[in-house]
Design a protein around this ligand. Structure first.
Ligand code: WT7
Length: 650
C-alpha cells in the first residue's frame, strides 16, 4: 500500500465549503447515497438562484433511460446567469470576477462582477437584436479571451444553447459541429494568440462555412487587429454589435432541464458526439464541486489553466467559479511561453491561491530546471489540482514538493465531459492523498468496478469503472441522438453508466484510474478517437489501411502510433508521411499530431476480418513477446514482421 500524505494543517477562514472534516465527508456521502433527491435539493437551494424553486429531485433511472432521459429539479425554473452574475452584484459588485492574462505577461485585463454583468447584458441584447432566440444554437470558436466567457453567458442569458469549439480544431471539424447542431450564429475572433504565435480563427471559420447557408451571422471579436476577410452580408464586429447594447437585460426564464450547452467529444467509434448539458443540475453540480473539492474561500484567486474549448473550461473557469462569486483567471498562453517559469511568474504576480492544470503540463515543466519554479514566490498557493489524465507519481511528487513546497493539498480530480463536473477526487481539507490516486468519490457518486462478464468486483481489485447512480451534473443525452447516448454509455453494463475507463481499487478504497479501456486516446490531455485518425488516414491516396493505437509517452501521457498499409505500387517516403500528417490536421486539428508511423505489410485480423488492436497495442507497449496464441488469426505471419520491425525501430 502506498504512503498517504496528510492534509496540511492550517487555519480555516472564509471557507464556503460544508465539507471540512472526514466526519462531514462521511455524513454527506451517506446522505447523498441514501437519498440523492433530498440531498441535492438541499444543495441546489443553497447554491442556485431559482425563479421557481424545484420540489422534484431525480426523475428517471438508468434502467429505463432509453425511454426517459434522466431529469433533475425538473419542476424548477431559472436563468443560470442570475446565479453567476446578478446575485453577486449587491455584495460583491466590485470584486474581480475575471482576471485575464494574455499571451504576453504584461497584457492584463480584469472585469469586476458589475462590469461582467454589463458586458453580458450588452452582448445578450445585441445578439437578440440579431435575432437569436431561446433554444437556438450558437457556435463559439475563440481563443482564451474574456469575450469567450461573455459570449457563453450572453447565450445563457437568452436561453440560447452554446457549443464552444476548441480553437485548435480544423475547418472540417468545425463544419461538422456547425452542421450537427444546426447553428445559425458563430462567434469568433480575428486571430488568437498562443505562445507568441497567431492562431487564424476567422480564416478557419470562413473555410468551414464555405458552403453553409444556414449560418446567418458571424460575430468577430477584434483581438489582434490583423486584416481579415470580411463578408459584409454575414460578418459583424463584436464591438459594433455590442455598442449601444442594454447594460441591463431581463434574464429569460428556462426550465431546469433546458439545454445549456452542447459540447462535442470523441468516442471509440464514428464522429464526435454532441453531449448535452442542461441548466439546473449542471449549475448545481459545478458550483458545489468547485467549492467542496478546492475548499473555496472568499478571498481566493483561483486559476485554472485550461481552455474554454474543453469541459474543464466550461465547468471550472466559467460556470462553477462565477456561480460561487470567485475570482477566476483566464490564461491565453502556454506554460512554456516565454519560458518554463510562466505559471509561477503568474502565480506570484496575481497571488494565486488555487491552481489547476493538466499532468502533461507538469511533466513538461518538471523536465526543466527547478530554478524556473524557485525564482518566483509561491507562498500564496494552497490547493494544487490536476485533471485530464492519470498523473504519474513522479509528476505528482514534483508538484507537491517543488511547486507546493510540501504545504499544499494536491487534488487529482477524475471526471469527464460526460460527467459535467468532478466525480472522484480528494477533498482538499479532508482527504489524505496518495501520489497517482484520484482517491475517493464525492457525495452522490457511486463507483463500481465490473469485470468483463459484468460481475461487480468487491473490495480491492481492478476492473471497468462504472457509476451506479445519477448525479445532477451528468450529460443527459447526445444532441438529437438519444439512441447513441444509450448505446454508448448504458448498453455495455445495463443499469450502470460506463465511463470507458479502467480503475484499480486498493485496500483503502482509493481509486487509481488506469486509463481508457476503449479506442479513445488521451494525448496531452486531449481526447481523440482512434477511428477519427483512421478515417482521415485511409483518405490519403497512398494508404490502403491504417490502425492507430496509443503508446506510453513520457510527456504527453500517450502518443499516437500509426500502423499503415500502403496501396500496391507505393513505397514509404517522407512525402507519404507528410500527406498522412496533413490529412489528420485537416480532419481533426493542429493537436492531432502523429508521433510514430510504422508501415506494415498488413494488419493482424481475425478470420472474420476484424483488426486485432489488442495485439497492435501490446506490441507498442513493448509486450510483443507476450501475445499468447495468435494461431487463430487469419494472417499470423504479419505479426512476426511487425514485431521484428518494432524492435528494430525501438
Ligand atoms: C477522460 C475524460 C475531465 C475534464 C478533462 C478531460 C481521463 C480525466 C483524469 C484523472 C485519470 C483522467 C479519463 C477520462 N481523465 N481526469 N484525474 N485521472 N484519468 O475530459 O476530454 O472528457 O476526457 O480523461 O480517461 O475518461 P475528457
Amino acid at each position: 500500500m502506498s504512503q498517504l500524505f496528510k492534509v496540511p494543517d492550517r487555519v480555516k477562514t472564509g471557507s464556503q465549503s460544508p465539507i471540512q472534516t472526514p466526519e462531514q465527508y462521511r455524513e454527506h456521502y451517506m446522505r447523498a447515497s441514501f437519498n440523492p433527491s433530498d440531498y441535492w435539493l438541499e444543495v441546489t437551494r443553497r447554491k442556485v438562484r431559482w425563479m421557481t424553486e424545484p420540489t422534484l429531485g431525480l426523475v428517471g433511472s438508468y434502467h429505463n433511460i432509453a425511454e426517459e432521459p434522466i431529469a433533475w429539479f425538473s419542476d424548477g425554473t431559472l436563468n443560470l446567469t442570475e446565479t453567476c452574475l446578478d446575485q453577486h452584484l449587491e455584495k460583491n459588485g466590485d470584486k474581480t470576477a475575471i482576471l485575464w492574462e494574455g499571451d504576453e505577461p504584461d497584457e492584463i485585463r480584469s472585469l469586476t462582477y458589475s462590469q461582467l454583468y454589463k458586458e453580458v447584458c450588452k452582448a445578450a441584447s445585441a445578439l437578440r437584436e440579431l435575432g437569436l432566440q431561446k433554444g437556438e444554437r450558437v457556435i463559439i470558436y475563440m481563443g482564451m479571451v474574456p469575450e469567450a466567457a461573455i459570449a457563453m453567458l450572453a447565450c445563457a442569458r437568452l436561453g440560447a444553447i452554446h457549443s464552444v469549439v476548441f480553437g485548435g480544431f480544423s475547418a472540417e471539424a468545425l463544419r461538422d459541429r456547425v452542421r450537427d447542431c444546426g447553428a445559425k450564429y458563430v462567434i469568433t475572433q480575428d486571430e488568437g494568440r498562443r505562445g507568441g504565435k497567431a492562431v487564424p480563427l476567422k480564416a478557419v471559420v470562413d473555410q468551414a462555412l464555405e458552403d453553409e447557408r444556414l449560418v446567418k451571422n458571424v460575430v468577430v471579436f477584434k483581438r489582434t487587429g490583423t486584416p481579415i476577410n470580411f463578408n459584409k452580408d454575414r460578418d459583424i464586429w463584436w464591438h459594433d454589435m455590442v455598442e449601444g447594447g442594454a447594460e441591463s437585460l431581463d434574464p429569460v426564464e428556462c426550465a431546469a432541464e433546458d439545454p445549456l450547452f452542447i459540447l462535442y467529444t470523441s468516442g471509440s467509434t464514428g464522429k464526435p458526439k454532441g453531449l448535452v448539458h442542461t441548466t439546473g443540475g449542471y449549475l448545481t453540480y459545478t458550483s458545489y464541486t468547485h467549492e467542496v473539492v478546492f475548499d473555496l474561500r472568499d478571498d481566493d484567486v483561483y486559476c485554472c489553466a485550461a481552455d474554454v474549448g474543453w469541459i474543464t473550461g466550461h465547468s471550472y473557469i466559467v460556470y462553477g467559479p462565477l456561480a460561487n462569486g470567485a475570482t477566476t483567471m483566464m490564461f491565453e498562453s502556454t506554460p512554456l511561453y516565454p519560458d518554463a517559469g510562466r505559471y509561477w511568474d503568474m502565480v506570484s504576480r496575481h497571488k494565486v491561491t488555487i491552481f489547476y492544470t493538466a499532468p502533461t503540463a507538469l511533466r513538461a515543466l518538471a523536465a526543466q530546471d527547478e530554478d524556473f519554479v524557485k525564482k518566483y514566490d509561491r507562498s500564496t498557493l494552497r490547493v494544487l489540482g490536476t485533471v485530464g489524465e492519470p498523473i504519474n507519481p513522479d509528476a505528482w511528487n514534483w508538484y507537491y514538493q517543488v511547486v507546493g513546497e510540501g504545504r499544499c493539498n494536491i487534488v487529482d480530480t477524475w471526471w469527464q465531459t460526460e460527467t459535467g463536473g468532478i466525480c472522484i477526487s480528494p477533498i482538499a481539507p479532508v482527504t489524505e492523498t496518495a501520489p497517482g490516486s484520484a482517491t475517493l468519490p464525492l457525495p452522490g457518486i457511486v463507483p463500481l468496478l465490473l469485470d468483463n462478464d459484468g460481475h461487480i468486483i468487491r473490495g480491492p481489485g481492478e476492473g471497468k469503472l462504472c457509476l451506479a447512480h445519477s448525479w445532477p451534473g451528468q450529460a443527459r443525452t447526445v444532441w438529437e441522438d438519444h439512441e447513441r447516448y444509450v448505446a454508448t454509455y448504458f448498453s455495455t453494463y445495463p443499469g450502470y453508466y460506463f465511463t470507458g475507463d479502467g480503475c484499480r481499487r486498493d485496500g483503502n478504497g482509493y481509486n487509481w484510474i488506469t486509463g481508457r479501456v476503449d479506442d479513445v486516446l488521451n494525448v496531452s490531455g486531449h481526447r481523440m478517437g482512434t477511428a477519427e485518425f483512421e478515417s482521415a488516414l485511409v483518405n490519403v491516396d497512398e494508404i490502403a489501411e491504417a490502425a492507430v493505437v496509443g503508446f506510453p509517452h513520457p510527456i504527453k501521457g500517450q502518443g499516437v502510433y500509426v500502423y499503415a498499409v500502403l496501396q500496391p505500387g507505393y513505397e514509404a517516403s517522407e512525402e507519404v508521411e507528410k500527406n498522412m500528417r496533413m490529412a489528420c490536421r485537416e480532419a481533426i486539428g493542429a493537436h492531432a499530431g502523429l508521433d510514430q508511423i510504422h508501415f506494415v505489410p498488413g494488419l493482424p485480423k481475425t478470420r472474420s476480418g476484424k483488426v486485432m488492436r489488442r495485439i497492435l497495442r501490446k506490441i507498442v507497449e513493448g509486450d510483443g513477446d507476450k501475445l499468447g496464441d495468435i494461431s487463430t488469426l487469419a494472417n499470423p505471419e504479419v505479426v512476426d514482421v511487425i514485431r521484428q520491425d518494432f524492435k528494430a525501430l525501438a
